[in-house]
Design a protein around this ligand. Structure first.
Ligand code: LLP
Length: 429
């Protein structure tokens, strides 16, 4: 395996994270289990922070990618806020100690209850709401009015650029449900006078996820810069969303330095805005993606002439990305000895009763891998656990954080009782 993941590698012939042996963890905690490297999370965050030096900036971690409280707390301590999309994520942010002025609320469908919770959060209200339609703007104004408060708002602009990513995670083209085009933004502005409880301070964008080129972002940023000049309303901040891709296989994602350079050029000190704008970012995958792996154990080998099946104990309910997007996740043996010797084309599948339940197709894996051996599924730190479910009544896996050469369980494995919580009371009749 080429060394594509900075914090994971073989040590004494066993796949390890920051020097911590992952086989030991698999045996102690059981499998499947999500593993996160604290060092990787903080280092990815710091890289971005460093690139933004000189700007008035705020990095709001897109916690939909990984919302474990210990992960959030770690990033909050490093200086991050959160980009949230639900009342549940607001609640988690509070539990993790994220401060109100570092939270931005995105999403096309906020309920009145969620608006209220955001406006009153920690007694002062969150930093801002990214508003995605005129209807939402009116609804937010109404909720703020009832509370005798003002809502700080960024209008989400849909710049209509093709991010050239998987269609399910593209958000910045006209046909997507997200954001507002130029005419819709102007329509919002024309109603501002009636909206006494809205304080319009920003414009936001987010064009898609797992972007592997900066050019659509450059287009989008330039369209945004143009819009800000056009609207003649005092704008204090721009929220540039997230979206920077990572390497799952051999992709070459944009360099963080180049991404930051682009931000400096379009919105920074030497731009036409000369440092007047605060810059907010909402990165998710770039921070958490390659910081995590999913550990799994082989249950059975099923031999076929064209290719073998390795049936593992992790399934699509634990990691849905391959089934949902056809995503590639590198699969490596925990014991380095299996990197050598005869390889065989292998389909790596879980126990769930669906043919879409695969983690890897046509992989070249050692013929000697057998029942009881452990594997690591890489790049599983983003949109892994957060998209997991209990399909086939499978309890969700635990989450483990590795920090300073030690590991600790930061979310325990669900039990069978956890599966029926909430249903028990209905059996009493
Ligand atoms: N901001 C907004 C408004 C978003 O919708 C998203 C992601 C982000 C920020 C963070 O994007 P990132 O930096 O992580 O690319 N489940 C899919 C990804 C869905 C992304 C949804 N929005 C996957 O597993 O690939």
């Amino acid at each position: 395996m080429s060394q594509i993941f900075d914090f994971y590698d073989y040590k004494n012939k066993v796949f390890s994270c920051n020097g911590v042996n992952l086989e030991t963890i698999a045996k102690e905690v059981g499998t499947p289990a999500y593993i996160y490297s604290a060092e990787a999370l903080v280092s990815n965050f710091n890289k971005l922070q460093k690139g933004l030096k000189g700007l008035n900036s705020l990095i709001c971690f897109a916690m939909k990618s990984n919302s474990n409280l210990s992960v959030l707390r770690l990033l909050a301590e490093a200086g991050a806020g959160t980009d949230i999309v639900s009342g549940g994520e607001l609640f988690r942010s509070h539990q993790a100690g994220v401060s109100a002025e570092k939270i931005v609320f995105s999403g096309v469908g906020k309920t009145k209850e969620e608006m209220k919770n955001g406006l009153t959060f920690q007694g002062k209200g969150i930093h801002s709401f990214n508003v995605e339609s005129i209807a939402e703007l009116f609804a937010l104004n109404q909720v703020a009015k009832e509370l005798h408060l003002k809502a700080t708002v960024a209008l989400r602009f849909n710049p209509d650029v093709d991010p050239k990513t998987h269609p399910y995670i593209s958000t910045g083209i006209k046909k997507n449900k997200f954001g507002m085009d130029r005419a819709e933004i102007f329509n919002c502005l024309s109603h501002l006078k009636q909206l006494d409880h809205i304080r319009l301070e920003g414009i936001s964008i987010h064009i898609g996820s797992q972007l592997l080129s900066l050019s659509p972002l450059k287009d989008a940023f330039e369209r945004l810069a143009h819009l800000i000049e056009e609207i003649q309303h005092p704008i204090q901040f721009v929220d540039l969303g997230g979206g920077i891709g990572i390497s799952y296989q051999l992709e070459q994602p944009p360099k963080i330095e180049d991404y930051c350079q682009l931000i400096h050029e379009v919105f920074g000190e030497k731009s036409k805005f000369n440092s007047k704008l605060k810059i907010i970012l909402e990165p998710g995958r770039q921070i958490s993606g390659n910081a995590g792996v999913l550990l799994t154990q082989i249950l059975f080998r099923k031999q076929r002439r064209s290719q073998d099946f390795l049936i593992i104990d992790a399934a699509m309910n634990d990691l849905i990305r391959p089934a949902l997007y056809g995503s590639y996740h590198e699969i490596v043996p925990i014991q380095a000895v299996h990197l050598e010797g005869k390889m065989k084309k292998t389909m790596v599948v879980g126990p769930v009763c669906e043919s879409s339940d695969f983690i890897g197709k046509s992989r070249k894996l050692s013929q000697n891998l057998k029942s009881g051996d452990f594997l690591a599924i890489l790049s599983a730190g983003a949109y892994g656990f957060t998209m997991s479910g209990q399909y086939n009544s499978r309890p969700r896996p635990p989450e483990v954080l590795i920090q300073n050469g030690n590991f600790r369980i930061v979310r325990k494995r669900e039990s069978f009782e956890d599966l029926i919580q909430g249903e028990l009371s209905s059996l009493r009749h």
